[in-house]
Design a protein around this ligand. Structure first.
Ligand code: ZN
Length: 150
């Protein structure tokens, strides 16, 4: 399961009651993206929530794809956001805190840790393959990316 399948909406029950409908807890499930992060539903939310939801839509759902928000870009952008927080030196607990403040989302720190470990392992594999192939530039790039994540 991708990390974006393990990102949840904070105060889920409260939001469902404000919207007078139910939706999945998972922030990136198609139904949540459709219901919570677009259009007229926003008006039903309290101000603080509206602001966070709007920020999320602006930051992760701003592509022009016809199939937006089901094009995969919101997930890709969120993964980039997580990696950037890591590059700023944040650990899993702090990353979970920040996503809560920024977008009213939460995840389990253990899942974030697993995601970061996987990202580092992927870069290690890329680095090794590139070295075997004699593609030094690609190897250096992977090593540098890995360094920023650890
Ligand atoms: Zn897109």
């Amino acid at each position: 399961m991708a990390i974006t399948d393990k990102i949840y909406v904070k105060n889920h029950r409260q939001l469902a009651s404000q919207l007078e409908t139910n939706f999945p807890k998972s922030a990136f499930s198609g139904a949540t993206l459709d219901l919570l992060f677009r259009g007229e539903n926003l008006a039903k939310l309290d101000d603080a929530t509206q602001e966070r939801v709007l920020d999320f839509a602006t930051d992760f759902m701003d592509c022009d794809c016809q199939s937006n928000p089901h094009c995969g870009h919101p997930q890709e952008k969120f993964i980039r956001y997580l990696l950037e927080l890591r590059e700023q030196g944040l650990g899993p607990d702090a990353i979970v805190d920040v996503m809560g403040q920024d977008y009213m989302l939460y995840a389990y720190p253990g899942d974030v840790l697993g995601f970061l470990d996987d990202a580092v392992r992927t870069l290690e594999a890329v680095e090794e393959l590139a070295e075997v192939d004699g593609r030094q530039e690609a190897a250096d790039e992977a090593r540098e990316k890995k360094r920023r994540l650890t």
